[in-house]
Design a binder for this molecule. Structure first.
Ligand code: PEP
Ligand code: MN
Length: 451
């Protein structure tokens, strides 16, 4: 906390991200207001504690060794309006339900990591959006500007960073209450899954697995060994570390160790558009001690990955680095094997996880940005296959979802079609799996473990 100079990481000038080019930063119109906001953020209590980040690093080290599975999930873009008890509750329930199914199927602990409580900033492929001949700045997430297509709403406003902090704090508070207060008891989560199986058109298919979990729980109960661990859940928060003014203002020195931590989330990741080796985002991440994720798209080269490892994890700390591959269903089996092979040969052991969303996005005939459920599953299958063939561990999945019954991705057991997309298309950015598609995905992955 004390002694962290504004914008200077670690006292090491090579790590001063401000000296480097930072992609995807908003053109803040008012430097004064930005300065005030940063000062405010520096005075705010941390949202997470360094020791919690270290615990997540340990959990991720288990994933890297093949002894656990990572489920990272949540909105593409959280919104300030979305900070309501029902939305957070539904999302959390969905993630916990998926985790219960995956824990049983994979027979290893599932590390639960929300894209939650801070996922308010978005990189965009174009700085400008044009509609009917009118060009305005693109929406960059609620942390920066408003989604409404008006000049006033699209103007970046640094005061929104305060709201980002408060929205993150409120969300995390509810998540902590839900996950430790008895509400997330495994028996209750399983009962929710029973309801899903009973109601889903594909329910019959999942009935057997649900019954097996019933039996396992009944068996433990009759042995008198239902551990208290079943009553609480360890849940972590993550988001893309995109807005460096925000992340930096929430970076603090840990009094135990002297290391710097970004206390805005347990884990932060670097996006596909900001992972340049000589860029500010990689420099920022190199200077903090949190576990770090890096998105890897289909154009990633072996040299990129090896250099990222050297830069972000020179000490080869188990659990420090997670590669989130997002290759697309078509490319995954071509591109991934070479990367995994070379990284393994280098002696590094990162977590490999599969984002099956971002490589499979397209515009539907009805004009909506969407993703096909079957393509999402195909990429996950490809990911498992590649790791299976190489003898490495398919460490987890990274998905965009909501707990609500939206219609944003096509397909799934409820057969959402192009024409249905308009019914409930609510995302502020990318299309998310709805509640039933998310659970179906978990059950389908569970089936893959048994095949
Ligand atoms: C995202 O995760 O929402 C995102 C923008 O992903 P990527 O950086 O992989 O494009
Ligand atoms: Mn997205």
């Amino acid at each position: 906390m004390d002694g962290v100079k504004d914008g200077v990481m670690d006292g090491d000038t090579a790590r001063d991200w401000r000296a480097l080019s930072a992609a995807q930063q908003p053109a803040w119109p008012d430097p004064g207001a930005l300065g005030e906001t940063r000062a405010f953020l520096r005075s705010c209590p941390p949202l997470v504690y360094a020791a919690e980040c270290d615990r997540l690093t340990e959990r991720l080290a288990a994933v890297a060794r093949g002894e656990a599975f990572l489920l990272q999930a949540g909105d593409c873009a959280e919104t300030f309006d979305g900070v309501g008890v029902d939305q957070i509750d539904n999302k959390l329930r969905t993630i916990l339900q998926m985790a219960a199914v995956l824990t049983y199927a994979a027979s290893v602990p599932v590390v639960k990591l929300g894209r939650m409580a801070g996922q308010y900033a978005k990189p965009r492929s174009s700085a400008v959006e044009t509609r009917d001949g009118v060009a305005l700045p693109s929406y960059r997430g609620d942390a920066v500007n408003g989604l409404a297509f008006t000049e006033a709403s699209r103007r970046p406003d640094p005061r929104r960073l305060r709201q980002m902090y408060h929205a993150s704090a409120a969300t995390l508070n509810l998540v902590r209450a839900f996950t430790t207060g008895g509400y997330a008891d495994l028996r209750r989560v399983h009962a929710w899954n029973r309801d899903f199986v009973a109601l889903s058109p594909a329910g019959e298919r999942y009935e057997r697995l649900a019954r097996e979990i019933d039996s396992a729980l009944a068996f433990m109960r009759s042995c008198g060994t239902l551990p208290t661990e079943l009553e609480t859940v360890e849940f972590y928060a993550s988001h893309e570390a995109l807005l460096l003014d925000y992340e930096d203002a929430l970076t603090r020195e840990d009094s135990r160790t002297g290391h710097l931590y970004d206390v805005s989330a347990h884990m932060v990741w670097i996006g596909e558009r900001t992972r340049r080796l000589d860029g500010a985002h990689v420099a920022f991440a190199a200077g903090i001690r949190n576990p770090i994720g890096v998105k890897l798209g289909p154009s990633t080269t072996t040299d990129d990955v090896l250099a990222l490892i050297d830069r972000l994890d020179p000490e080869r700390r188990p659990g420090r680095l997670t590669f989130i591959t997002r290759m697309g269903a078509e490319r995954i089996t071509d591109v991934l094997p070479g990367l995994v092979e070379k990284v393994t040969a280098s002696g590094a052991q990162p977590v490999w996880t599969c984002d099956p969303m971002h490589g499979n996005t397209y515009e539907s005939a009805s004009g909506f940005k969407t993703r096909q459920f079957s393509r999402i599953m195909e990429e996950i299958k490809g990911f498992f296959e590649v790791h299976h063939q190489l003898g490495t561990h398919p460490g987890g999945i990274h998905v965009e979802l909501t707990g609500d019954d939206v219609t944003e991705c096509v397909g799934g057991a409820n057969a959402i079609g192009d024409e249905d997309l308009r019914t409930r298309y609510e995302t502020a950015c990318d299309p998310r799996l709805n509640r039933s598609q998310s659970l179906e995905l978990a059950f389908l992955i569970a089936e893959m473990y048994r095949a």
